[in-house]
Design a protein around this ligand. Structure first.
Ligand SMILES: [Zn+2]
Ligand SMILES: [Zn+2]
Length: 316
């Protein structure tokens, strides 16, 4: 580690919650890999992120790049140098493991396996994936096909990353927009592969899918526990929403500036059970790609411990 990096590390390590306990370093954002994947850790560091999400390839292209050995080495050393605690990738938008079309499913399964291989090469902890679309309207079959594709990739890349099924906005024929569907996918993935599967909970998707984090926060998490199990949430995507509750429209907004509002984020930031779960922004980047992320991360940090002070006004 260079001398220049030390003060930042000390500053982070000294962050405390309302009870004086050190805070786990789990806040971060999706960062760009423009100029090479090894540029991502530096970008995370620039915004004060301890965790980050990347695309390991162009998300709207099928082409699967081979990451050169020197890039892999640079990525790994940069990640360590920047003090990053957790790293994930998000899979390509073209992948549809719920597709009823055999050709598209095979192409998706191949692309998803390659995503896991690249993630393993880079030493990423997990790959976040959208469960896909059952374009023929047969959701049950779509769920089975998704489970088969995920299981196949996990089998093919045994020493690879974990797979996190992302809760979607539940629009159209997309699967994974309800807790029940996520639970069904997980249940259909056979052991031992199921042990490598978790959930990515996107707050914007949950809200527009009709999960009322604002008025029924505890009820939402009780239902999560009754279906797939809260302990399976291994990553949060923290996004406010531009679109109304239950609209199934996926438009991300800055934290506290959207239709969700600040309240549910305050709860999430102060829940003991989510304390060590990475929380990743996918909020609009703005012009310079830095200022907006820094501001949103500052908003989230400011929420920590606040609830405790509100509930127990006597504590200092
Ligand atoms: Zn997301
Ligand atoms: Zn989204």
């Amino acid at each position: 580690m260079s001398e220049a990096a030390e003060p930042a590390t000390c500053r982070r390590a000294s962050r405390r919650d309302a009870n004086g306990e050190p805070q786990p370093r789990v806040l971060g954002a999706h960062v760009s890999v423009a100029g090479g994947v090894d540029r991502a850790p530096g970008r995370a560091e620039e915004i004060g992120a301890a965790v980050f999400q990347i695309f390991t390839k162009q998300p709207n292209r099928w082409a699967d790049p081979v990451v050169a050995d020197d890039r892999v080495a640079a990525f790994r050393s940069e990640t360590a140098r920047a003090g990053v605690t957790r790293t994930v990738s998000h899979d390509s938008y073209l992948i549809n493991l719920a597709s009823p079309r055999a050709d598209l499913w095979r192409r998706s399964a191949d692309s998803f396996r390659r995503e896991l291989e690249r993630a393993a090469l880079l030493g990423l902890d997990a790959v976040v994936t959208h469960p896909g679309n059952a374009t023929d309207g047969d959701r049950a079959s779509g769920i089975s096909r998704n489970a088969a594709g995920v299981a196949q990739a996990l089998e093919a890349v045994p020493a690879g990353p974990r797979v996190l099924l992302e809760l979607t906005s539940g629009s159209g024929t997309s699967v994974g927009g309800t807790f029940e569907e996520l639970a069904s996918i997980i249940a259909r993935i056979p052991e031992p592969h199921r042990a490598r599967v978790g959930v990515c909970f996107d707050t914007c998707h949950a809200w527009v899918a009709g999960l009322d984090l604002r008025n029924d926060f505890d009820g939402v998490w009780m239902r999560a526990d009754d279906t797939f199990g809260v302990r399976r949430v291994e990553v949060f995507h923290l996004n406010d929403a531009k679109a109304p509750f239950g609209s199934h429209l996926d438009r991300h907004e800055h934290i506290g500036k959207g239709t969700i509002g600040i309240g549910p984020f305050r709860r999430l930031m102060n829940e003991d059970r989510f304390r060590d779960v990475p929380k990743i922004l996918e909020t609009p980047k703005g012009d310079d790609g830095v200022t907006a992320d820094r501001e949103n991360l500052a908003v989230l940090r400011g929420l920590r411990g606040e609830l405790d002070l509100i509930l127990r006004p006597g504590t200092s």
